[in-house]
Design a protein around this ligand. Structure first.
Ligand code: SAM
Ligand code: CA
Length: 275
């Protein structure tokens, strides 16, 4: 990684914010002393994105059901990512476990991921797929993907991944232009630039099969979706908040999908295409 990258902090979408990197993605300042106290007690896990009100409860989930069952390779990738300066972007271990379970439940075989970073959700996906399963993985940054790649290779699942470097939108446009791609994806995980989610949705709805699932990540956006407009918020949280609010409204009103918004990680909205 270049030194200029080290100096420029990134938000959860990978775009530059020129802000101080904080290790907790919760809102920076609080509106009253009680909340300050709660914030002080929040745990220190890197990439922590839980919206649970009790840290003890989240810790209980991690220690009782997530960490003891986390595959060795995912732990290795999580530890490696924790040392990276943009580690705030990683998928949390509980969300990784959730994605892995979901993919098995729906028997996913052909999948796509937009927003890879070092590959924690990608590895959770690759481990869940059958030997001949596939993931089209896209990110504007190959360097971070390559940090995690040796771990993915060691886990024996790299052959399922086709990585494309660059903005996802033009790739999706090309795919939509070819009818044979329509209705072909079992599962699509979107975890990239939040200001483009609506644009992704317009294309992905054609690419996912009827009965298939699109998962939009960070749809509770650090809890900011319910914050008053004048609440103190980090710059990147404020910037993307309106896009997330718009997306949430659009998904709720879209008759082509059934939806389920889950408070896992920073919020994930599952959309099942129904026609
Ligand atoms: N899913 C990842 C994980 O489990 O660690 C985290 C992804 S991170 C929150 C967001 C990623 O989106 C960054 O790696 C960033 O480079 C990527 N990104 C931002 N804009 C993008 C775009 N237009 N197309 C593709 N990827 C993009
Ligand atoms: Ca995310």
């Amino acid at each position: 990684m270049s030194s200029s990258h080290r100096k420029t902090n990134r938000d959860l979408t990978g775009k530059s914010t020129k802000q101080k990197l904080h290790h907790s993605p919760t809102m920076a300042s609080t509106t009253n002393g009680q909340e300050d106290q709660n914030q002080a007690g929040r745990h220190q896990e890197v990439g922590h994105k839980s919206l649970l009100q009790s840290d003890a409860l989240y810790q209980y989930i991690l220690e009782t059901s997530v960490y003891p069952r986390e595959p060795e390779s995912m732990k290795e990738l999580r530890d490696l990512t924790a040392k990276h300066p943009w580690n705030i972007m990683t998928t949390s271990a509980d969300e990784g476990q959730f994605l892995n379970m979901l993919l098995k439940l729906i028997n996913a075989k052909k999948t796509m991921e937009i927003g890879v970073y070092t590959g924690y959700s990608l590895l959770a996906t690759a481990l869940a797929l059958p030997e001949d399963g596939t993931i089209l993985a896209m990110d504007i940054n190959r360097e971070n993907y390559e940090l995690g790649l040796p771990v993915i290779e060691k886990a024996g699942v790299a052959h399922k991944i086709e990585f494309k470097e660059g903005p996802a939108l033009p790739v999706l446009d090309d795919m939509v232009a070819d009818k044979k791609n329509h209705g072909s994806y079992d599962f699509i995980f979107v975890d990239a630039d939040k200001d483009n989610y609506i644009n992704y949705h317009k294309r992905l709805i054609d690419l996912v099969k009827v009965g298939g699932v699109i998962g939009y990540d960070n749809t509770l956006w650090n809890g900011s979706v319910v914050a008053p407009p004048d609440a103190p918020m980090r710059k990147y949280v404020r910037y993307y908040r309106d896009f997330v609010l718009e997306l949430n409204k659009a998904l709720a009103a879209d008759p082509r999908i059934e939806i389920c918004m889950l408070p896992v990680g920073d919020g994930i909205t599952l959309c099942r295409r129904i026609n």
